[in-house]
Design a protein around this ligand. Sequence first.
Ligand code: GDP
Length: 525
Amino acid sequence: MIDIMGEGGRRRTFAVISHPDAGKSTMTEALALHASAITQAGAVHGKAGRRGVTSDWMEIERSRGISITSAALRFDYRGHVFNLVDTPGHADFSEDTYRVLAAVDCAVMLIDAAKGMEPQTMKLFEVCRHRRIPVITFVNKWDRPGRDALELLDEIEDRTRLRPTPVTWPIGAAGHFHGVIDRPAGRAVRYERTPGGATKALTRELTDEQALAELGEDWRRAGEETALLAAIGADHDQKAFEAHESTPVLFGAALPNFGVARLLDTMVELAPPPAPRPDVHDTPRALDAPFSGLVFKVQANMDRAHRDRIAFVRVCSGRFERGMVLTHAATGRPFATKYAQSVFGQDRTTLDEAYPGDVVGLVNAGALRPGDTLFDGPPVTYPPIPSFAPEHFAVARGRDSGKSKQFRRGIDQLDAEGVIQVLRSDLRGDQAPVLAAVGPMQFEVVQHRMAAEFGAEISLDRLDYTLARRTDAASAPALDRERGCEVLTRSGDQAMLAVFTDQWRMRTIARDQPGLTLEPLIADT
Ligand code: GDP
Protein backbone atom coordinates (compact mmCIF):
# COMPACT_ATOMS: atom_id res chain seq x y z
CA MET A 1 0.00 0.00 0.00
CA ILE A 2 1.28 3.41 -0.89
CA ASP A 3 0.64 5.79 1.94
CA ILE A 4 0.17 9.12 0.18
CA MET A 5 -1.09 10.89 3.28
CA GLY A 6 1.92 9.66 5.24
CA GLU A 7 4.35 10.64 2.49
CA GLY A 8 2.75 14.09 2.16
CA GLY A 9 2.81 14.53 5.94
CA ARG A 10 6.56 14.14 6.07
CA ARG A 11 7.20 16.74 3.37
CA ARG A 12 8.34 20.25 4.22
CA THR A 13 8.41 22.42 1.12
CA PHE A 14 9.83 25.87 1.64
CA ALA A 15 11.79 28.78 0.21
CA VAL A 16 14.29 31.16 1.77
CA ILE A 17 13.31 34.79 1.27
CA SER A 18 16.05 37.34 1.76
CA HIS A 19 17.94 40.30 0.39
CA PRO A 20 21.18 39.64 -1.51
CA ASP A 21 24.11 39.01 0.85
CA ALA A 22 21.98 38.10 3.84
CA GLY A 23 23.43 34.60 3.56
CA LYS A 24 20.96 32.54 1.52
CA SER A 25 23.62 30.50 -0.28
CA THR A 26 25.52 29.95 2.94
CA MET A 27 22.31 28.88 4.66
CA THR A 28 21.41 26.53 1.80
CA GLU A 29 24.76 24.85 2.13
CA ALA A 30 24.47 24.66 5.90
CA LEU A 31 21.00 23.13 5.72
CA ALA A 32 22.05 20.58 3.17
CA LEU A 33 25.14 19.76 5.18
CA HIS A 34 23.08 18.97 8.25
CA ALA A 35 20.77 16.88 6.22
CA SER A 36 23.66 15.16 4.46
CA ALA A 37 22.25 15.88 1.02
CA ILE A 38 25.74 16.94 0.06
CA THR A 39 28.98 16.22 1.79
CA GLN A 40 31.05 19.16 0.83
CA ALA A 41 30.40 22.81 1.41
CA GLY A 42 30.25 24.68 -1.86
CA ALA A 43 28.64 21.92 -3.84
CA VAL A 44 25.34 23.73 -4.18
CA HIS A 45 26.72 27.23 -4.17
CA GLY A 46 26.99 27.38 -7.91
CA LYS A 47 28.50 30.85 -8.15
CA ALA A 48 32.01 29.69 -8.84
CA GLY A 49 33.47 26.65 -10.49
CA ARG A 50 30.33 25.63 -12.34
CA ARG A 51 30.57 22.59 -14.42
CA GLY A 52 28.41 20.83 -16.91
CA VAL A 53 26.19 21.79 -19.78
CA THR A 54 26.98 24.67 -22.03
CA SER A 55 23.93 26.48 -23.19
CA ASP A 56 22.59 29.85 -24.11
CA TRP A 57 21.86 30.40 -20.47
CA MET A 58 25.36 29.54 -19.52
CA GLU A 59 26.68 32.30 -21.73
CA ILE A 60 24.65 34.85 -19.85
CA GLU A 61 25.50 33.20 -16.59
CA ARG A 62 29.19 33.11 -17.28
CA SER A 63 29.40 36.67 -18.48
CA ARG A 64 27.63 37.89 -15.35
CA GLY A 65 28.72 35.31 -12.84
CA ILE A 66 25.24 34.57 -11.66
CA SER A 67 22.96 31.61 -11.53
CA ILE A 68 19.82 31.41 -13.61
CA THR A 69 19.29 27.71 -13.50
CA SER A 70 17.86 26.76 -10.21
CA ALA A 71 14.93 24.87 -8.90
CA ALA A 72 14.69 22.74 -5.82
CA LEU A 73 17.01 20.94 -3.47
CA ARG A 74 15.68 17.86 -1.78
CA PHE A 75 17.10 16.42 1.41
CA ASP A 76 16.14 14.18 4.30
CA TYR A 77 16.17 15.18 7.94
CA ARG A 78 14.74 13.35 10.95
CA GLY A 79 12.55 11.15 8.82
CA HIS A 80 11.21 14.13 6.88
CA VAL A 81 11.74 15.08 3.27
CA PHE A 82 12.63 18.73 2.76
CA ASN A 83 12.21 20.49 -0.57
CA LEU A 84 14.00 23.81 -0.67
CA VAL A 85 12.74 25.75 -3.66
CA ASP A 86 15.24 28.33 -4.82
CA THR A 87 14.34 32.00 -5.11
CA PRO A 88 16.78 33.59 -7.59
CA GLY A 89 17.78 36.83 -6.00
CA HIS A 90 20.77 38.79 -7.20
CA ALA A 91 20.84 40.39 -10.63
CA ASP A 92 18.67 37.49 -11.76
CA PHE A 93 15.77 38.69 -9.64
CA SER A 94 12.74 38.21 -11.86
CA GLU A 95 9.11 37.19 -11.84
CA ASP A 96 10.30 33.64 -11.26
CA THR A 97 11.53 34.74 -7.87
CA TYR A 98 7.97 35.57 -6.90
CA ARG A 99 6.33 32.70 -8.78
CA VAL A 100 8.25 30.00 -6.97
CA LEU A 101 6.42 31.03 -3.82
CA ALA A 102 3.31 29.45 -5.38
CA ALA A 103 5.08 26.13 -4.87
CA VAL A 104 5.90 26.31 -1.16
CA ASP A 105 4.04 25.71 2.10
CA CYS A 106 6.31 27.81 4.26
CA ALA A 107 9.02 30.47 3.95
CA VAL A 108 12.16 31.11 5.95
CA MET A 109 12.80 34.83 6.11
CA LEU A 110 16.52 35.28 6.45
CA ILE A 111 17.61 38.61 7.92
CA ASP A 112 21.10 40.03 8.31
CA ALA A 113 21.49 40.93 12.00
CA ALA A 114 23.22 44.18 11.11
CA LYS A 115 20.77 45.25 8.42
CA GLY A 116 17.34 44.14 9.52
CA MET A 117 14.47 44.16 7.03
CA GLU A 118 15.82 45.02 3.56
CA PRO A 119 13.89 45.89 0.36
CA GLN A 120 14.00 42.56 -1.46
CA THR A 121 13.05 40.72 1.71
CA MET A 122 10.04 43.00 2.02
CA LYS A 123 8.96 42.41 -1.57
CA LEU A 124 9.12 38.65 -1.17
CA PHE A 125 7.42 38.94 2.18
CA GLU A 126 4.53 40.79 0.53
CA VAL A 127 4.01 37.83 -1.80
CA CYS A 128 3.97 35.51 1.24
CA ARG A 129 1.41 37.77 2.87
CA HIS A 130 -0.74 37.71 -0.25
CA ARG A 131 -0.58 33.92 -0.45
CA ARG A 132 -0.81 33.58 3.34
CA ILE A 133 2.34 31.50 3.49
CA PRO A 134 3.52 31.02 7.08
CA VAL A 135 6.93 32.61 7.71
CA ILE A 136 9.71 31.50 10.05
CA THR A 137 12.29 34.21 10.69
CA PHE A 138 16.00 33.46 11.03
CA VAL A 139 18.21 36.33 12.17
CA ASN A 140 21.54 35.50 10.56
CA LYS A 141 25.16 36.58 11.13
CA TRP A 142 24.76 36.93 14.89
CA ASP A 143 28.47 36.10 15.09
CA ARG A 144 29.15 39.57 13.68
CA PRO A 145 28.46 42.97 15.18
CA GLY A 146 24.88 43.93 14.52
CA ARG A 147 21.74 45.38 16.02
CA ASP A 148 20.11 44.83 19.35
CA ALA A 149 17.88 41.73 19.43
CA LEU A 150 14.82 43.44 20.93
CA GLU A 151 15.16 46.30 18.48
CA LEU A 152 15.20 43.79 15.60
CA LEU A 153 12.03 42.19 16.91
CA ASP A 154 10.37 45.61 16.89
CA GLU A 155 11.44 46.20 13.33
CA ILE A 156 10.18 42.80 12.20
CA GLU A 157 6.83 43.51 13.84
CA ASP A 158 6.60 47.03 12.41
CA ARG A 159 7.42 46.03 8.88
CA THR A 160 5.63 42.69 8.57
CA ARG A 161 2.78 43.24 11.03
CA LEU A 162 3.46 39.70 12.25
CA ARG A 163 3.92 39.12 15.97
CA PRO A 164 7.46 37.79 16.50
CA THR A 165 7.57 34.78 18.82
CA PRO A 166 11.21 33.85 19.45
CA VAL A 167 12.00 30.14 19.57
CA THR A 168 15.61 30.85 20.49
CA TRP A 169 17.10 33.92 22.07
CA PRO A 170 20.78 34.84 21.73
CA ILE A 171 23.17 34.71 24.64
CA GLY A 172 25.58 37.54 23.95
CA ALA A 173 25.08 40.60 21.78
CA ALA A 174 25.64 40.37 18.03
CA GLY A 175 29.35 39.76 17.55
CA HIS A 176 29.61 37.94 20.91
CA PHE A 177 27.53 34.91 20.11
CA HIS A 178 27.92 32.25 22.79
CA GLY A 179 24.72 30.34 22.29
CA VAL A 180 20.98 30.62 22.72
CA ILE A 181 18.27 30.11 25.25
CA ASP A 182 15.99 27.52 23.69
CA ARG A 183 12.64 28.82 24.94
CA PRO A 184 10.40 25.76 24.33
CA ALA A 185 13.04 23.47 25.82
CA GLY A 186 13.74 25.90 28.68
CA ARG A 187 17.49 25.49 28.56
CA ALA A 188 20.67 27.15 27.42
CA VAL A 189 22.62 25.77 24.48
CA ARG A 190 26.21 26.72 23.84
CA TYR A 191 27.61 26.93 20.31
CA GLU A 192 31.23 26.28 19.58
CA ARG A 193 33.03 26.63 16.32
CA THR A 194 34.58 23.57 14.84
CA PRO A 195 37.83 23.92 13.00
CA GLY A 196 37.50 24.03 9.24
CA GLY A 197 34.59 26.39 8.83
CA ALA A 198 31.28 25.26 7.47
CA THR A 199 31.03 21.88 9.07
CA LYS A 200 28.49 21.09 11.72
CA ALA A 201 28.84 23.26 14.81
CA LEU A 202 29.29 21.75 18.25
CA THR A 203 26.34 22.36 20.49
CA ARG A 204 26.37 21.69 24.18
CA GLU A 205 23.42 21.90 26.54
CA LEU A 206 24.19 23.78 29.72
CA THR A 207 22.64 23.53 33.15
CA ASP A 208 21.84 26.87 34.82
CA GLU A 209 24.94 26.51 36.98
CA GLN A 210 27.16 25.86 33.97
CA ALA A 211 25.60 28.71 32.02
CA LEU A 212 26.18 31.12 34.89
CA ALA A 213 29.75 29.94 35.37
CA GLU A 214 30.65 30.00 31.68
CA LEU A 215 28.63 32.89 30.33
CA GLY A 216 27.95 35.02 33.39
CA GLU A 217 26.49 38.43 32.58
CA ASP A 218 25.51 37.54 28.99
CA TRP A 219 23.49 34.61 30.22
CA ARG A 220 21.84 36.67 32.95
CA ARG A 221 20.87 39.34 30.47
CA ALA A 222 19.44 36.82 28.00
CA GLY A 223 17.44 35.40 30.91
CA GLU A 224 16.00 38.82 31.71
CA GLU A 225 15.10 39.39 28.09
CA THR A 226 13.35 36.03 27.72
CA ALA A 227 11.43 36.77 30.93
CA LEU A 228 10.33 40.00 29.28
CA LEU A 229 9.27 38.09 26.14
CA ALA A 230 7.20 35.72 28.28
CA ALA A 231 5.64 38.68 30.09
CA ILE A 232 4.51 40.31 26.85
CA GLY A 233 3.16 36.98 25.59
CA ALA A 234 5.61 36.56 22.70
CA ASP A 235 5.03 32.82 22.73
CA HIS A 236 4.43 30.53 19.81
CA ASP A 237 0.83 29.90 18.82
CA GLN A 238 0.49 27.40 15.98
CA LYS A 239 -2.86 28.77 14.78
CA ALA A 240 -1.59 32.34 14.64
CA PHE A 241 1.55 31.18 12.82
CA GLU A 242 -0.43 29.23 10.21
CA ALA A 243 -2.85 32.14 9.83
CA HIS A 244 0.07 34.41 8.97
CA GLU A 245 -0.33 36.45 12.14
CA SER A 246 2.85 35.54 13.97
CA THR A 247 6.35 34.41 13.06
CA PRO A 248 8.64 32.17 15.08
CA VAL A 249 12.09 33.77 15.28
CA LEU A 250 15.47 32.05 15.60
CA PHE A 251 18.88 33.61 16.06
CA GLY A 252 21.92 32.06 14.47
CA ALA A 253 24.79 32.24 12.07
CA ALA A 254 24.78 30.16 8.92
CA LEU A 255 28.51 30.45 8.28
CA PRO A 256 29.73 28.74 11.46
CA ASN A 257 26.54 26.68 11.37
CA PHE A 258 25.05 28.04 14.59
CA GLY A 259 21.34 27.43 14.96
CA VAL A 260 20.89 25.71 11.62
CA ALA A 261 19.91 22.35 13.11
CA ARG A 262 17.47 24.20 15.37
CA LEU A 263 15.92 25.75 12.26
CA LEU A 264 15.46 22.30 10.72
CA ASP A 265 13.93 21.04 13.98
CA THR A 266 11.59 24.02 14.00
CA MET A 267 10.55 23.21 10.43
CA VAL A 268 9.86 19.59 11.41
CA GLU A 269 7.82 20.68 14.41
CA LEU A 270 6.01 23.78 13.17
CA ALA A 271 6.11 24.17 9.39
CA PRO A 272 2.90 22.94 7.79
CA PRO A 273 3.02 19.87 5.54
CA PRO A 274 1.29 20.06 2.15
CA ALA A 275 -2.44 20.74 2.45
CA PRO A 276 -5.23 20.07 -0.07
CA ARG A 277 -4.89 22.80 -2.69
CA PRO A 278 -8.01 24.73 -3.73
CA ASP A 279 -8.78 24.63 -7.46
CA VAL A 280 -10.26 27.44 -9.58
CA HIS A 281 -13.69 26.77 -8.03
CA ASP A 282 -12.13 26.95 -4.57
CA THR A 283 -12.70 23.21 -4.05
CA PRO A 284 -9.63 21.63 -2.46
CA ARG A 285 -8.25 18.49 -4.09
CA ALA A 286 -7.53 15.83 -1.47
CA LEU A 287 -3.86 14.94 -1.06
CA ASP A 288 -4.63 11.30 -1.80
CA ALA A 289 -6.66 12.09 -4.93
CA PRO A 290 -4.95 11.05 -8.20
CA PHE A 291 -1.89 13.02 -9.23
CA SER A 292 -2.11 16.75 -9.84
CA GLY A 293 0.64 19.32 -10.04
CA LEU A 294 1.22 23.01 -10.60
CA VAL A 295 3.85 24.30 -13.05
CA PHE A 296 5.54 27.16 -11.20
CA LYS A 297 8.53 27.81 -13.42
CA VAL A 298 9.63 27.05 -16.96
CA GLN A 299 13.29 27.15 -17.82
CA ALA A 300 13.99 27.42 -21.51
CA ASN A 301 17.03 26.41 -23.50
CA MET A 302 19.11 24.92 -20.77
CA ASP A 303 20.68 22.81 -23.44
CA ARG A 304 21.05 24.43 -26.83
CA ALA A 305 21.48 21.13 -28.65
CA HIS A 306 18.04 20.00 -27.58
CA ARG A 307 16.29 23.33 -27.34
CA ASP A 308 14.74 21.74 -24.33
CA ARG A 309 12.48 23.36 -21.90
CA ILE A 310 12.15 22.19 -18.34
CA ALA A 311 8.93 22.75 -16.47
CA PHE A 312 9.15 22.61 -12.70
CA VAL A 313 6.06 21.10 -11.20
CA ARG A 314 5.01 21.09 -7.58
CA VAL A 315 3.13 17.93 -6.76
CA CYS A 316 -0.19 18.93 -5.20
CA SER A 317 -1.94 15.57 -4.89
CA GLY A 318 -1.34 11.89 -5.45
CA ARG A 319 1.76 10.00 -6.42
CA PHE A 320 3.89 10.95 -9.38
CA GLU A 321 5.51 8.12 -11.22
CA ARG A 322 7.94 8.62 -14.07
CA GLY A 323 6.38 7.50 -17.32
CA MET A 324 2.86 8.55 -16.40
CA VAL A 325 0.87 10.20 -19.13
CA LEU A 326 -0.81 13.23 -17.65
CA THR A 327 -3.34 15.71 -18.97
CA HIS A 328 -2.39 19.34 -19.50
CA ALA A 329 -5.44 21.18 -18.12
CA ALA A 330 -5.03 24.27 -20.33
CA THR A 331 -5.20 22.35 -23.62
CA GLY A 332 -6.64 18.96 -22.67
CA ARG A 333 -3.66 17.37 -24.42
CA PRO A 334 -1.71 14.44 -23.03
CA PHE A 335 1.75 15.05 -21.59
CA ALA A 336 4.20 12.17 -21.33
CA THR A 337 6.59 12.24 -18.37
CA LYS A 338 9.23 9.86 -19.55
CA TYR A 339 11.96 12.27 -18.59
CA ALA A 340 11.31 13.44 -15.09
CA GLN A 341 14.17 14.91 -13.16
CA SER A 342 14.94 16.44 -9.88
CA VAL A 343 17.11 19.43 -10.60
CA PHE A 344 19.17 21.83 -8.61
CA GLY A 345 21.71 24.01 -10.30
CA GLN A 346 23.38 21.92 -12.93
CA ASP A 347 22.97 18.63 -11.14
CA ARG A 348 20.22 16.53 -12.57
CA THR A 349 19.16 13.17 -11.32
CA THR A 350 16.36 11.12 -12.72
CA LEU A 351 13.36 11.02 -10.50
CA ASP A 352 11.13 7.98 -10.40
CA GLU A 353 8.42 8.94 -7.99
CA ALA A 354 7.27 11.94 -6.06
CA TYR A 355 4.62 12.85 -3.51
CA PRO A 356 2.71 15.98 -2.50
CA GLY A 357 5.19 18.74 -1.72
CA ASP A 358 7.90 17.41 -4.03
CA VAL A 359 9.21 19.25 -7.07
CA VAL A 360 9.56 17.45 -10.39
CA GLY A 361 11.42 18.80 -13.42
CA LEU A 362 9.84 17.76 -16.71
CA VAL A 363 11.85 18.08 -19.90
CA ASN A 364 10.45 18.65 -23.40
CA ALA A 365 7.91 20.88 -21.76
CA GLY A 366 7.51 23.40 -24.59
CA ALA A 367 3.75 23.51 -24.17
CA LEU A 368 3.75 24.18 -20.43
CA ARG A 369 3.54 27.64 -18.85
CA PRO A 370 3.96 28.86 -15.30
CA GLY A 371 0.61 28.48 -13.56
CA ASP A 372 -0.51 25.48 -15.66
CA THR A 373 -1.99 22.38 -14.11
CA LEU A 374 -1.17 18.75 -14.97
CA PHE A 375 -3.37 15.96 -13.69
CA ASP A 376 -4.23 12.31 -13.79
CA GLY A 377 -7.76 11.00 -13.18
CA PRO A 378 -10.51 13.50 -12.38
CA PRO A 379 -9.74 16.84 -14.05
CA VAL A 380 -8.57 19.77 -11.97
CA THR A 381 -7.32 23.27 -12.73
CA TYR A 382 -5.52 25.33 -10.14
CA PRO A 383 -5.79 29.12 -10.12
CA PRO A 384 -3.19 30.85 -12.29
CA ILE A 385 -0.19 32.48 -10.65
CA PRO A 386 -0.84 36.22 -10.69
CA SER A 387 1.44 38.72 -12.40
CA PHE A 388 3.49 40.89 -10.10
CA ALA A 389 4.18 44.57 -9.86
CA PRO A 390 6.78 45.46 -12.50
CA GLU A 391 9.45 48.04 -11.72
CA HIS A 392 11.41 48.17 -14.98
CA PHE A 393 9.99 49.25 -18.32
CA ALA A 394 11.34 49.39 -21.87
CA VAL A 395 9.95 49.85 -25.36
CA ALA A 396 10.83 46.96 -27.67
CA ARG A 397 11.22 47.46 -31.42
CA GLY A 398 12.31 45.05 -34.12
CA ARG A 399 15.62 46.08 -35.68
CA ASP A 400 14.56 44.73 -39.05
CA SER A 401 11.21 46.10 -40.20
CA GLY A 402 10.93 43.21 -42.67
CA LYS A 403 10.60 40.83 -39.75
CA SER A 404 7.52 42.21 -38.07
CA LYS A 405 5.85 38.82 -38.15
CA GLN A 406 8.73 37.16 -36.31
CA PHE A 407 8.78 40.07 -33.89
CA ARG A 408 5.11 39.71 -33.10
CA ARG A 409 5.31 35.94 -32.73
CA GLY A 410 8.33 36.11 -30.43
CA ILE A 411 6.85 38.78 -28.18
CA ASP A 412 3.56 36.87 -27.93
CA GLN A 413 5.37 33.64 -27.12
CA LEU A 414 7.57 35.17 -24.41
CA ASP A 415 4.52 36.90 -23.00
CA ALA A 416 2.61 33.61 -22.85
CA GLU A 417 5.56 31.90 -21.20
CA GLY A 418 5.63 34.55 -18.52
CA VAL A 419 9.18 35.61 -19.36
CA ILE A 420 8.11 39.24 -19.44
CA GLN A 421 4.92 41.27 -19.12
CA VAL A 422 3.79 42.95 -22.33
CA LEU A 423 1.93 46.24 -22.06
CA ARG A 424 0.23 47.90 -24.98
CA SER A 425 -1.66 51.03 -25.83
CA ASP A 426 -3.29 52.38 -29.00
CA LEU A 427 -0.91 55.28 -28.88
CA ARG A 428 2.23 53.15 -28.96
CA GLY A 429 0.92 50.60 -31.42
CA ASP A 430 1.72 46.95 -31.92
CA GLN A 431 5.25 47.30 -33.23
CA ALA A 432 6.47 49.12 -30.13
CA PRO A 433 5.04 47.38 -27.07
CA VAL A 434 6.26 48.22 -23.59
CA LEU A 435 7.97 45.32 -21.84
CA ALA A 436 7.63 45.33 -18.08
CA ALA A 437 9.82 43.39 -15.69
CA VAL A 438 10.33 42.77 -12.01
CA GLY A 439 14.11 42.59 -12.52
CA PRO A 440 16.22 44.02 -15.37
CA MET A 441 17.71 40.62 -16.15
CA GLN A 442 14.42 39.70 -17.79
CA PHE A 443 15.16 42.22 -20.58
CA GLU A 444 18.44 40.53 -21.40
CA VAL A 445 16.73 37.18 -21.59
CA VAL A 446 14.07 38.57 -23.94
CA GLN A 447 16.64 40.23 -26.18
CA HIS A 448 18.66 37.07 -26.35
CA ARG A 449 15.74 34.75 -27.05
CA MET A 450 14.14 37.05 -29.62
CA ALA A 451 17.30 36.93 -31.69
CA ALA A 452 18.27 33.30 -31.08
CA GLU A 453 14.87 31.64 -31.31
CA PHE A 454 12.68 33.91 -33.36
CA GLY A 455 15.21 35.52 -35.67
CA ALA A 456 14.06 38.96 -34.60
CA GLU A 457 16.74 41.20 -33.16
CA ILE A 458 15.27 43.88 -31.00
CA SER A 459 16.32 47.18 -29.55
CA LEU A 460 15.14 48.20 -26.13
CA ASP A 461 14.66 51.78 -25.00
CA ARG A 462 14.36 52.04 -21.27
CA LEU A 463 11.53 54.18 -19.98
CA ASP A 464 11.94 56.04 -16.75
CA TYR A 465 8.86 54.57 -15.09
CA THR A 466 9.47 52.72 -11.84
CA LEU A 467 6.08 51.68 -10.55
CA ALA A 468 2.66 50.54 -11.65
CA ARG A 469 -0.82 50.64 -10.16
CA ARG A 470 -3.97 48.92 -11.29
CA THR A 471 -6.50 51.36 -12.68
CA ASP A 472 -9.67 51.26 -14.80
CA ALA A 473 -11.24 52.73 -17.92
CA ALA A 474 -12.96 55.50 -15.96
CA SER A 475 -9.69 56.81 -14.52
CA ALA A 476 -7.57 56.30 -17.64
CA PRO A 477 -8.26 59.56 -19.52
CA ALA A 478 -7.41 61.73 -16.50
CA LEU A 479 -4.22 59.76 -15.85
CA ASP A 480 -3.13 59.94 -19.48
CA ARG A 481 -3.26 63.72 -19.31
CA GLU A 482 -0.72 63.79 -16.48
CA ARG A 483 3.00 64.17 -16.91
CA GLY A 484 5.16 61.25 -15.72
CA CYS A 485 2.29 58.83 -16.06
CA GLU A 486 0.80 56.62 -18.76
CA VAL A 487 -1.95 54.02 -18.93
CA LEU A 488 -1.23 50.69 -20.62
CA THR A 489 -3.06 47.39 -20.93
CA ARG A 490 -1.27 44.23 -19.85
CA SER A 491 -1.88 41.62 -22.50
CA GLY A 492 -1.70 38.61 -20.16
CA ASP A 493 -4.74 39.47 -18.05
CA GLN A 494 -6.03 42.61 -19.81
CA ALA A 495 -5.44 44.56 -16.61
CA MET A 496 -5.15 48.33 -17.06
CA LEU A 497 -1.99 49.56 -15.45
CA ALA A 498 -1.04 53.14 -14.76
CA VAL A 499 2.74 53.49 -14.73
CA PHE A 500 4.57 56.33 -12.98
CA THR A 501 8.07 57.74 -12.93
CA ASP A 502 8.20 57.67 -9.13
CA GLN A 503 6.25 57.41 -5.90
CA TRP A 504 6.14 61.14 -5.51
CA ARG A 505 4.43 61.64 -8.89
CA MET A 506 1.93 58.90 -8.14
CA ARG A 507 1.09 60.32 -4.73
CA THR A 508 0.73 63.84 -6.07
CA ILE A 509 -1.67 62.71 -8.78
CA ALA A 510 -3.64 60.58 -6.31
CA ARG A 511 -3.86 63.50 -3.87
CA ASP A 512 -4.92 66.02 -6.50
CA GLN A 513 -7.56 63.72 -7.98
CA PRO A 514 -8.83 61.61 -5.11
CA GLY A 515 -11.47 59.83 -7.21
CA LEU A 516 -8.96 57.92 -9.36
CA THR A 517 -8.63 54.16 -9.10
CA LEU A 518 -5.02 53.33 -8.21
CA GLU A 519 -4.62 49.98 -6.52
CA PRO A 520 -1.34 48.39 -5.51
CA LEU A 521 -0.31 45.26 -7.40
CA ILE A 522 1.05 42.19 -5.66
CA ALA A 523 4.57 42.60 -4.29
CA ASP A 524 4.24 46.37 -4.06
CA THR A 525 5.61 47.72 -0.86
P1 GDP B 1 23.40 35.45 -0.46
O1 GDP B 1 23.70 36.57 -1.38
O2 GDP B 1 22.21 35.74 0.40
O3 GDP B 1 23.36 34.10 -1.08
O4 GDP B 1 24.60 35.48 0.61
P2 GDP B 1 25.89 34.55 0.76
O5 GDP B 1 25.49 33.24 1.34
O6 GDP B 1 26.65 34.55 -0.50
O7 GDP B 1 26.63 35.35 1.91
C1 GDP B 1 27.08 36.68 1.75
C2 GDP B 1 28.30 36.90 2.61
O8 GDP B 1 27.97 36.81 3.98
C3 GDP B 1 29.38 35.85 2.35
O9 GDP B 1 30.62 36.48 2.43
C4 GDP B 1 29.19 34.88 3.51
O10 GDP B 1 30.37 34.21 3.85
C5 GDP B 1 28.75 35.81 4.62
N1 GDP B 1 27.92 35.14 5.61
C6 GDP B 1 26.81 34.41 5.41
N2 GDP B 1 26.32 33.97 6.58
C7 GDP B 1 27.14 34.41 7.54
C8 GDP B 1 27.17 34.27 8.97
O11 GDP B 1 26.33 33.65 9.60
N3 GDP B 1 28.19 34.90 9.61
C9 GDP B 1 29.15 35.62 8.97
N4 GDP B 1 30.11 36.18 9.69
N5 GDP B 1 29.16 35.75 7.63
C10 GDP B 1 28.16 35.16 6.93
